[in-house]
Ligand binder design. Structure first.
Ligand code: HAM
Length: 421
């Protein structure tokens, strides 16, 4: 007898908080975003790499950003007692990989990856707990040419997504402006990290002055004065003029840009959406010349950025740049009998070998209903297989949108479809 207790509780169909399911329509957009990222990045000479999402926790401790490491990582102890973290970003993994093979690799090194990364953040527009992030990084170039290349890659990506110059703005700053102020004020490294974190949040908080005073005490006023009187650096001017020569005209200097990670050492940048509906940072990066020294050996200069899939998708939506959904299946074979099903499977096989994507109806639904299914799925062409088609080995192919029909032999079907799509 079934009781309340042994009746199974229904499982929720919702995904885990802050992560996304990708149903086919979403997956097609995601695939478009990844393909565009790869194509453009490869056109600049970058090679793809990858790694596991699991890293030893110590890779992140006190090296990147205490807030992310202490409050936003997914960390657990494995069955062997090791502390493990799901990567919250790719840069430490990349630094580990490059440092590990430094003697075998050829510099300058240009690498990219599109990893998923995990951060336990409060989910909101543009912020989730798992996102994918293009990472493009250039190692072994200490000159500003590296910044120019990386920022022009960022700009080319935006253009490839269909953005116009006035849809986005590249805001650049230079960490060395802050470093020299800190040197003047003799600020400890620990306090520097706190000030940088606060500056990174400046636009989002109301009590910046109070919080700054709590960190810097009496020095806070002179810190603000020095910062406000420095509007640029010679490095920034040089990068800006070289970018202009390359046709990147929407880069500006904005010393309020800091970026959240401690490892940045020089020019940093962030790309902003200029639309009032989505006025936010889309992605960013900068120079980090000291991170690889954590693994021993000489310094390896590095510049790179991370471009998230969520913010880019929001940008595409805001600017009406999302590609329309296109069914990947080109042909649907309706089947009227069991022997038609078997025949259709063989025909499908032959057409697949000619690069046509074919779906075979396996239900016993009426022809009209089968065609409706094809239509609903957005499949453009239909052939119905019955006894006549099997006997005559010729097929009437119908283009569902126009209603146009043509009767063809098997060897002409693929060419006909290619001529129409
Ligand atoms: P980040 O600014 O923390 O930098 O992340 C890069 C981009 O990833 C962000 O600008 C945003 O597009 C996206 N992103 C970050 N967190 C989230 C989130 N919770 N939800 C959705 N999207 C997010 C880095 O991670 C650096 N490691 C980038 C880098 C590479 N610097 C040098 N090389």
């Amino acid at each position: 007898m079934a009781t309340e207790d042994n009746q199974q509780k229904k499982l929720s169909t919702e995904p885990y908080k802050g992560v996304r399911d990708f149903y086919p329509q979403d997956m097609q957009i995601e695939r478009y975003i990844f393909d565009t990222m790869s194509r453009v990045t490869e056109s600049f000479g970058y090679s793809e790499y990858s790694a596991s999402i699991l890293e030893p926790t110590e890779l992140y401790q006190s090296k990147t950003n205490d807030e992310i490491v202490n409050e936003q990582t997914y960390t657990f102890t494995d069955r062997g007692g090791r502390e493990v973290t799901l990567r919250p970003e790719m840069t430490p993994t990349l630094a580990r990989m490059v440092a590990g093979k430094r003697h075998d690799l050829t510099f300058p090194l240009r690498w990219y990856s599109i990893p998923n990364v995990f951060r336990y953040e409060r989910p909101q527009r543009g912020r989730v707990r798992e996102h994918w992030q293009l990472n493009a990084d250039l190692f072994g170039v200490s000159e500003l040419d590296a910044e120019v290349e990386i920022i022009s890659l960022a700009s080319s990506l935006m253009k490839a997504f269909g953005a116009e110059d006035n849809d986005f703005e590249i805001r650049m700053s230079d960490r060395s402006i802050l470093t020299s102020i800190f040197e003047e004020l003799k600020t400890s490294e620990e306090v520097q990290a706190k000030v940088m974190r606060l500056l990174d949040k400046r636009a989002k908080i109301d009590d910046f002055d109070t919080q700054l005073k709590a960190i810097l005490g009496e020095q806070s006023e002179s810190f603000v004065e020095k910062l406000e009187s420095t509007s640029s650096s010679s490095n920034l001017e040089l990068v800006l003029s070289q970018l202009k020569n390359l046709g990147v005209t929407n880069a500006v200097i904005d010393t309020s840009i800091v970026r959240g990670f401690d490892y940045y050492t020089g020019v940093v940048f962030e790309v902003f959406d200029t639309s009032s509906e989505n006025n936010r940072s889309l992605f960013g990066g900068g120079r980090y010349d000291n991170l690889l020294s954590l693994f021993g050996g000489d310094k390896i200069p590095a510049v790179g950025f991370g471009m998230g899939d969520v913010t880019i998708r929001d940008f595409l939506e805001t600017h009406d740049l999302l590609p329309p959904y296109n069914a990947r299946t080109e042909l649907f074979l309706c089947t009227l009998t069991q022997s038609a099903k078997e025949y259709a499977q063989k025909l499908a096989q032959a057409l697949r070998e000619q690069d046509i994507n074919v779906e075979v109806a396996l239900s016993d639904k009426k022809v009209g209903d089968q065609i409706k299914i094809a239509n609903k799925k957005g499949i453009p062409f239909v052939i119905c297989i019955g006894e006549d088609e099997i006997k005559n080995e010729s097929f009437t192919i119908k283009h569902l949108e126009s209603g146009e029909e043509k009767t063809l032999k098997e060897d002409a079907v693929a060419d006909y479809i290619f001529s129409k799509i």
